[in-house]
Design a protein around this ligand. Structure first.
Ligand code: HEC
Length: 178
């Protein structure tokens, strides 16, 4: 380095920093793109039709960004973050008040997604994680319905509403009808 004019040294350093930044950015975006490409189709496509879900892959991506931090990638939840959704969530559709609950539980109502994207995501979640409990006469959520429900988000009362619905679900299961 001795003998180099100071300006040239600075310029060289700046170039080196810029090149490093570009390479790091390329590495990160490349890794993310590769990750999405490697995503197994089974993670976002259901095992049957998904009415009300125009684009399952988009719904899966929305889930990944917006929900799985708490609910986990497989909907398994955890005691410290969020309830288990897998194998459970569509049971809410079987009892009075449950359909509304899924539209204004805080995690859903406060999502930054548009009403249409959120309706798609909720429908997708039901089929992806709990198809077996979706009632035969289920009408997919529409953007308008989700918009109406999320306009009145549950807040402090969420836990009490949830407890009451779970009681109804247990009663429903005991009565023998699914
Ligand atoms: C910050 C953590 C967090 C995020 C993010 C979150 N949830 Fe939740 N979710 C919860 C908790 C906690 C509950 C239990 C009800 C409550 O107290 O809010 C819940 C309840 C639910 C329920 C009802 C299930 C039950 O048994 O009560 C559904 C369905 C649900 N969330 C879906 C979603 C979806 C879809 C998203 C993304 C749009 C999402 N959640 C984002 C924490 C989260």
């Amino acid at each position: 380095m001795s003998g180099w004019p100071a300006r040239r040294v600075l310029a060289t350093r700046r170039t080196a920093i810029a090149v490093t930044a570009v390479l790091a950015f390329a590495a990160i975006t490349g890794a993310v793109a590769a990750d999405a490409g490697a995503m197994p189709k089974a993670a976002y496509v259901g095992t049957g039709p998904m009415p009300g879900v125009p684009d399952p892959r988009r719904a899966w991506a929305d889930w990944a960004l917006d929900c799985q931090g708490c609910h986990r990638v497989d909907g398994g939840g955890s005691r410290r973050t969020a309830p288990k959704i897998a194998g459970e969530v569509a049971k809410y559709l079987q009892v009075a008040g449950g359909r509304e609950y899924l539209g204004h539980v805080p995690g859903i109502a406060s999502s930054p997604l548009s009403d249409a994207r959120l309706a798609e995501l909720v429908n997708w979640m039901l089929f992806r994680f709990d198809r077996q409990h979706v009632p035969a006469n289920f009408r997919p959520y529409t953007a308008a319905e989700i918009g109406r429900l999320r306009a009145h988000p549950l807040r402090l009362q969420a836990a009490a509403v949830r407890r009451q619905l779970l009681q109804r679900i247990r009663g429903h299961a005991r009565s023998g009808t699914r």
